[in-house]
Design a protein around this ligand. Structure first.
Ligand SMILES: [Zn+2]
Length: 287
């Protein structure tokens, strides 16, 4: 059964660990993340961007696939199906399609408009028991064609979002999507501490989890980060394992061309990456 992310994140915030959000792209991806969460006895959040939703033939197709997979794979750990960086319209579409969590990314709007739209979604999601993630201070890098510059969130604006009643808040602290450049200065813990002071026990979300050094991840968790988004790292692991399989000529041996064989090393690589992250975030055995 799909659940809201609220309870799992409040528990994580209280007990000092983070729940991973792993973005999914297809059946293998979804299966790999769900099976790893079950094996690790960890709560998990499946992230779906608007682009990935379109790729998988629509949000309702994704919701049906995930729901049925949970049932047929006998997944008993808490699973939230979450829209990642959604527009206002996409958030409504996902609520209709049966998602249990949505992110409305209004960070590119002036703060007043971001607040007006977020407030409306707090009302709608609240009525349905769906969790809502808001964002202030855009996160750098590129996500589905939206390029952010990686600004630092204003702690006062974070407090306004908390007061609206959002479930969790993504706040830019120098993190970016995709691979980090060699001259990246690291996370701004000064900003994170200032935000934490203003928002109290509201779970904070760290986007762009790929390539942030482990000590910085752990420090961020200690300062209130309860959800960490991982996307690029699984993609890199999948691509590398698939390339090795083909470069070794395995697709030319016997029935190595069978998609169930061809995609297996990549799927296993995703599982290994997800397991590693769950251990780092501290969510193993927290289901
Ligand atoms: Zn993001």
């Amino acid at each position: 059964m799909l659940v809201s992310a609220k309870e799992m994140l409040q528990k994580a915030r209280k007990e000092g660990y983070a729940v991973g959000q792993f973005n999914i792209n297809n059946l293998e991806w979804t299966k790999a993340v769900l099976q790893t969460a079950q094996e690790a006895n960890s709560p998990v959040i499946l992230g779906v961007s608007e682009g990935a939703g379109k790729y998988m033939c629509g949000f309702s197709t994704v919701a049906a696939m995930v729901r049925e997979m949970i049932k047929n794979l006998k997944i008993t750990v808490p699973v939230a199906l979450h829209l990642d960086h959604g527009s206002y319209e996409a958030a409504l579409a996902c609520i209709d399609a049966g998602f249990s969590s949505v992110m409305f990314d209004g960070s590119h709007y002036p703060i007043e408009e971001n607040i007006t739209k977020t407030k409306e979604l707090v009302r709608i999601t609240g009525e349905k028991g769906i969790s809502l993630e808001a964002e202030v201070g855009s996160i750098g890098g590129e996500e589905d064609g939206v390029v952010g510059t990686g600004e630092f969130a204003d702690p006062a604006e974070c407090e306004m979002m908390k007061d609206l009643g959002v479930t969790m808040l993504a706040a830019g602290i120098g993190n970016i999507h995709g691979k980090y450049p060699a001259n990246w200065p690291g996370l701004s813990f000064e900003t994170l501490e200032a935000i934490s002071k203003r928002v109290g026990d509201l779970p904070l979300v760290l986007h762009g989890g790929t390539g942030i050094p482990e000590d910085q991840i752990k420090k961020a968790i200690s300062l209130g980060v309860s959800k960490i988004n991982v996307n690029t790292e699984c993609q890199l692991a999948f691509a590398e394992a698939t390339r090795k399989y083909i470069e070794a000529g395995k697709d030319l041996e016997g029935k190595g061309f069978d998609p169930r064989k061809l995609l297996a090393p990549g799927t296993d690589a995703i599982k290994a990456t997800v397991r590693e992250k769950m251990e780092l975030f501290g969510s193993v055995n927290k289901a």
